[in-house]
Design a protein around this ligand. Structure first.
Ligand code: DAH
Length: 336
């Protein structure tokens, strides 16, 4: 048995090592065959012989792998000596490094800010029930608001969520009645696509429910998030707006961070000084009650905005379709 070890020690090249493997360790190798032959032995001899054989095979295998690694390193070093032009420590020419997608960047930024303010960050499903997407947010089947979101229905009666609001019910049921959460996610609507419309886009929804939550809290939270995103003081203004799941409901605008609200020569806000961002309001009592929250004791606000839109403004992207295109030229061109 020592002979096998000695034979292994004397091997100097990779081809010799391959022959050794074939002779002893492969399926038809001597050691493997000896182990297989154990079954013909008498029971009392088998245990002892099996133990010894297994130990030997293990020992030889370890030495074999050590030898294999050493021979491989030797071969690489010799090759490098012969061809001094190869210096494996020099960084590659035309090195291209991967980078994060604009939507990922903006989502991470917002979740980081909201986490620091004590919000939970919740990840939602893309396939949801009709109840979650519509009924639970106060849009029953006969409500005209359903027609505003041309929906992809699945054959099992479920649908691709058209709005992140579809998560409200689940979150309230799971974490309510006192909860602060944001929930970014991909939404789908059957849109004819052009530079401003895509059938798959990203929204972010936020919600705070508890006792004595007010519109002042809502404005403060929006203002803080936006000021952190843009690294400067942003003003927020609310205009009356209708969304079935909030009462009162608003559309909200941010003072334009690109011209500091002056509007002068600014083609992001088209000279108005304000950017329309999304909808918000105090959560409708029906929505709270449908999630088992007592609307007499608890109230809260919700807001939603387009993450896709925010990313487009932030990275000066003028065609929404580029974001889903997987076009590397476009992605490389973005200044992060
Ligand atoms: N779900 C709305 C949409 O997709 C956006 C929205 C409006 C969300 C008002 C809200 C809200 O939470 O309070 O158009």
């Amino acid at each position: 048995m020592d002979d096998i070890e000695q034979e292994l020690e004397q091997i100097q090249t990779e081809p010799e090592l391959a022959v050794f493997h074939k002779n002893y360790l492969s399926k038809t190798g001597k050691l493997t065959m000896m182990l297989a032959g154990l079954k013909d032995m008498l029971a009392e001899q088998r245990a002892e012989a099996g133990k010894r054989l297994n130990e030997l095979k293990r020992k030889i295998e370890i030495k074999f792998f050590q030898k294999q690694a050493a021979l491989r390193a030797k071969a690489v070093n010799e090759k490098l000596k012969q061809d001094p032009l190869i210096d494996i420590t020099i960084p590659a020419i035309n090195q291209t490094q991967g980078s994060l997608h604009p939507i990922t960047l903006i989502t991470r930024r917002i979740t980081e800010i909201c986490r620091s303010m004590g919000f939970l960050v919740v990840d939602g499903n893309e396939v949801v029930s009709e109840f979650e997407n519509f009924d639970a947010v106060n849009i029953p089947s006969d409500h005209p608001a359903r027609d505003m979101q041309d929906t992809f229905w699945l054959t099992n009666g479920k649908l691709l969520k058209t709005q992140t609001s579809a998560m409200q019910n689940e979150i309230l049921k799971k974490y309510g009645p006192v909860v602060s959460a944001i929930f970014p996610g991909r939404c789908y609507r059957n849109e004819a696509t052009d530079a401003r419309h895509e059938f798959a886009f990203f929204q972010c929804e936020g919600m705070m429910v508890g006792k004595d939550i007010s519109i002042a809290n809502l404005i403060y939270v929006l203002k803080t998030i936006l000021s952190e995103v843009y690294g400067k003081e942003i003003n927020v203004r609310l205009r009356p707006g209708f969304f079935p799941f909030v009462e009162p409901g608003f559309e909200y605008d941010a003072s334009c961070p690109f011209c500091n609200g002056t509007g002068k020569g600014c083609n992001v806000c088209k000279g108005s000084g304000w950017i329309e961002l999304g909808g918000c309001g105090m959560i409708h009592s029906n929505v709270l009650e449908m999630a088992g929250v007592d609307s007499k004791q608890y109230q809260g606000f919700a807001f939603g905005f387009g993450l896709t839109r925010l990313a487009m403004m932030q990275y000066a992207i003028n065609d929404v379709r580029l974001l889903n295109s997987g076009n590397l030229e476009f992605l490389r061109g973005i200044k992060r």
